[in-house]
Design a protein around this ligand. Structure first.
Ligand SMILES: NC(=O)c1ccc[n+]([C@@H]2O[C@H](COP(=O)([O-])OP(=O)(O)OC[C@H]3O[C@@H](n4cnc5c(N)ncnc54)[C@H](O)[C@@H]3O)[C@@H](O)[C@H]2O)c1
Ligand SMILES: [Zn+2]
Ligand SMILES: [Zn+2]
Length: 339
């Protein structure tokens, strides 16, 4: 079968690989769509923490079950599915408390023990496989994984007031947070993005306003919109040196800031603003199985998130897709490859 492999930094080759053997508890999936995500970009650039070239790209997937192991009970050949791309060790304190996302021994795609999803056939244990309803396209089905990131981000918020939210950064993740937050009942959602294309997408997905942080004093504007109070919660889905301070400044007293973006450089933070306003700064890491289940349910119930998909490329053009995201040569949201 064909596989898109990062052979060395900035080089993607289509290589022949063996179709994976399946264990008794696994299914084999004929891949239909696989999404390019920020972590694939890190693998591509050679900067990923543990996915190192040579490695098969991808962890986002939709497809059809084409073979089932002897012990598989929930799936049949022909089922349309997506996969939660993590299998915890099952024994550590995090796995035992439902935080498989934090398990240091978890198995993930694109590593020596599990192929990535940019392949024609992908194996997965049935416990990690989720059905997609017949009316859900494979394109939207491939968005369950990034939507799970958004669900997990919202799950960090403990406050129950849902009058308003700010989302700093309207890339794929910020936009999916927007869709999921609207579904959860947040009324007025203010988005930011430096790119006009992304601000337009935010408005299309129901943001009350979308600001360019380079032109608008975001804190002042959002305070004005919220009668001087600030929003109930703010989600950070972009990286910039002032982004955490901006988040604190747009958030109300006792409000919560969820940090989704993976900012690996040190940035200055005016901690006093969190202290003075008794705000919480919360990290969020991928998703628990519970959040993934909810994302799959939201998609199956018809949550309309297809607008974040901007490109569909054949597997052979995976390298081009990565280049578009890396060099920002075109307006892009989620880029899918099809097989
Ligand atoms: N915590 C997790 O588990 C997790 C999971 C997935 C992604 N992430 C992280 O979330 C972040 C967003 O992911 P994405 O896939 O949406 O990335 P993306 O690159 O598609 O989106 C980022 C957006 O931020 C915008 N932007 C840049 N500077 C800005 C600024 N100063 N203010 C507002 N917007 C600005 C960009 O124009 C872009 O649209 C990344 O840092 C990614 O690594 C975290
Ligand atoms: Zn992803
Ligand atoms: Zn574990």
């Amino acid at each position: 079968m064909k596989a898109a492999v990062v052979t060395k930094p900035y080089q993607v080759e289509i290589e022949e690989r063996e179709i994976p053997e399946i264990a008794q508890d696994e299914v084999l999936i004929k891949v239909e769509r696989a999404g390019i995500c920020g972590s694939d970009l890190h693998l591509y650039k050679g900067t990923h923490a543990f996915r190192k070239p040579p490695a098969v790209l991808g962890h986002e997937i939709s497809g059809t079950v084409c073979r089932t192991g002897a012990k598989v009970t929930k799936f049949q050949v022909g089922d349309r599915v997506t996969v939660e791309p993590q299998v915890g060790c099952g024994n550590c304190e995090f796995c035992k408390s439902g935080h498989v996302n934090l398990c240091t021994g978890k198995r993930v795609p694109g590593t020596p023990s599990w192929t990535g999803t940019f392949v024609e056939y992908f194996n997965a244990p049935e416990q990690a496989v989720y059905k997609l309803n017949d009316q859900i396209s494979f394109e939207v089905g491939a968005l369950v994984e990034p939507l799970a990131v958004a669900v997990q981000a919202l799950d960090q918020i403990t406050g129950t007031s849902k009058n308003s939210m700010a989302i700093l950064g309207s890339g794929t993740i910020g936009l999916l947070v927007l869709a999921a937050a609207k579904h959860r009942g947040y009324q007025d959602i203010y988005c930011t993005d430096t790119a006009p294309f992304n601000r337009e997408l935010a408005l299309k997905l129901g943001a009350k306003a979308a600001y360019d942080p380079l032109e608008t004093d975001v804190a002042e504007q959002i305070k004005k919109e919220t009668n001087g109070k600030g929003v109930d919660a703010c989600v950070i889905a972009a990286g910039a040196p002032n982004i955490v301070d901006q988040a604190s400044a747009v958030t109300k007293k006792l409000g919560e800031v969820v940090l989704v973006s993976m900012i690996t450089k040190e940035i200055p933070v005016y901690t006093y603003s969190f202290v003075f306003n008794e705000q919480k700064l919360l990290g969020t890491m991928t998703y628990t199985t519970e959040a993934f289940e909810e994302a799959a349910r939201l998609i199956n119930e018809g949550l309309d998130v297809g607008a974040v998909i901007t490109h569909e490329l054949p597997l052979e053009e995976t390298g081009r897709g990565l280049e578009i995201l890396d060099k920002k040569t075109e307006n892009a949201g989620k880029i899918l490859v099809h097989l």
